[in-house]
Design a protein around this ligand. Sequence first.
Ligand code: ATP
Ligand code: MG
Length: 736
Amino acid sequence: MDVSFILDALNDKQREAVAAPLQNSLVLAGAGSGKTRVLVHRIAWLMHAYEISPYSLMAVTFTNKAAREMQARIEQLVGVPPQGMWVGTFHGIAHRLLRAHWRDAGLKESFQIMDSDDQLRLVKRIMRELSIDETRWPPKQVCWFINAQKDEGRRAAHVPDSHDPFSRGMREMYYHYEEACEKNGLLDFGELLLRAHELMLTNPALLKHYQQRFVHVLVDEFQDTNTIQYAWLRLMVGEEGSITAVGDDDQSIYGWRGAKIENIQNLSKHFKDLHTIRLEQNYRSTGHILKAANGLISNNDDRLGKELWTDSGEGEPISVYAGFNEQDEARFIIEIIKKWRDDGNALKDMAILYRSNAQSRVIEECLVREQIAYRIYGGHRFYDRLEIKNALAYARLAIDPNDDGAMERVINVPTRGIGERSIGTIREIARDQGCSMWQAADQIVTHSLMPARAANAIKGFMQLIQGMASTLQNPDLGLGDIFDQIIAEAGLIPYHEKEKGEKGEARVENLKELVNAASGFNWLETDEEFSSPMMAFLDQAVLDAGEAQADEYQDSVQLMTLHSAKGLEFPLVFMAGVEENLFPSRMSFEEPGRLEEERRLCYVGITRAMQKLYITYAESRRLHGSESFNSPSRFIREIPEECLEEVRLRSQVARPVSMQRPDYSASIQRQNQNIMQGHTVPETNVSMGDRVKHPIFGEGLVVNYEGQGPQARVQVNFDDAGTKWLVLSFAKLEVL
Ligand code: ATP
Ligand code: MG
């Protein structure tokens, strides 16, 4: 078979990496240099030139989305899907191993995965039971401690003893937490990795089986592996297998979650005859964007060192916009998006990146107002939404009534007369007798341990769950039908319909979307390790949160945190909120090494852009309920000046008479021609940040606006009269 087509669209260095002999290799290269592309082509090469069965290959990527994309790209390249190959995230693959070998892993078959929310709830429950003071031991910090230990591969018993009462207390809680997880068959994300590692360590026969099966293992984004992931990889590859790792030390952004850049340096120690290849040509971005990224990252010390170049021309400079506040910033971004859209660009080619999830709300509101479709990765995840988690909890209880977390969640949702007192009693009995809450509830009902009314309410709930369990067994029902029935039987729709306003409506819509998602769930495509489609679906819901939203195929603007943008690329990128204290985050000033990590995150952000990058910041920002005034981020100063241009014009609110709209496009064109200096605001306009005078309320500052033409309204922060919204056509505002 002629396999040269696999090498066709590659440069010399990439070819060398793709067609390397079957040995350990590391591709160390900057952003956009084709590392992921090399990985895909290498897989095709191994299959076709070396005739290795896809069954013997495993590829580890950073997100489920990346895994799906990789599969699609291989299929595109070689014409057939790589059947039998394992492609997934570390968590996904660990989970797959545990489902297949639950007994060897010391788990019960119906084990459940907890997300961080469930984990926090469990920690709180344990602390309540032990009467531990939450103010002295913040539950979030307990979770953080436990997760950090697991990332390092330590169980409670391995945490070194310490004289420091704080560490001792934390360790103590870790013990109790382990016990509770064990009893309830619950696994947090860190546990998936830890357990999969132990599974291999303690089952030599199993380990041998997998070592023999996987001839070659490929890892993308290697710089973000943590200790336990690295240890697991070493085991799986073993002495006979080999690995191809690709990574970029400048893009290591998960140090706060235990990722170790040192793993890159250690590779040559632990994997014999490691062949290292460097790629230097960037195929993604324009010259200006690349130069900005190179300039910024050169401020970091201790780099493995590499420069990127491109032959794609300089392109446009990076535009920097100083918003008056976060509203103004959002509006600016949306104006540019509209312009790009009207020029015939697809919305999916535009991405808005931000440091913290909370920043998305204002931008979302603006997009909604302008009726522009958007999609959020991470953050407000579909499966994270309250109503969805409730529905899933019912399904979990129907599978395993001893799932205390699920029981706590929905025992009185919708309200059914099982109050806090009753739940407290159930908890108490469960604790005293070391049984599950369900078993405790059963005792209450059988032995009438509570007044009749309370006991009857509990009985009703138990019957409801039992009914759902038999629905689950009905072979005539598809997964969608089952969810439809569960939601109906639980009474969740009328419960949310009663909620006031749009929120309830949205929740009902989401529940319907869940039925849709379940109907469309393709069990055959997932794996034989699951005992039922429902189990597979519930696990996927936790693992895959946010990556499988319903509107995946609709053309929409992409919103995500900088962390989730890793590995992706978009023609038009906005980096929003590039201000001191937000990005770099205030926390990064306190810990050594953190600022460098923030800078790498900024490098990741810049290098997502292919054609055009906008950097925006707000002079004042309302976030988490308080207002702050931050200066522009130091990262903007670290970008070589010649790569930047400032967008100087503020958005203006047109008075109805002039019917003028804020027109950034014109302003930017003008500015490109360097005629922006001396631009004056027309007399008829009120601008964001203007001081104005009102005949009754006195003087104030324009802080926001909404609408156009006769509907145009401005929000004014009056010195004495507080904040008011005024309709421009009525309010007699004088610009000072
Ligand atoms: P990141 O570090 O951001 O993950 P990367 O190194 O993985 O980046 P890729 O995503 O593989 O880079 O490639 C960046 C872009 O360049 C992609 O659009 C890819 O298709 C393109 N590309 C890579 N190599 C070549 C090549 N030899 N010829 C043409 N295009 C290429
Ligand atoms: Mg990549």
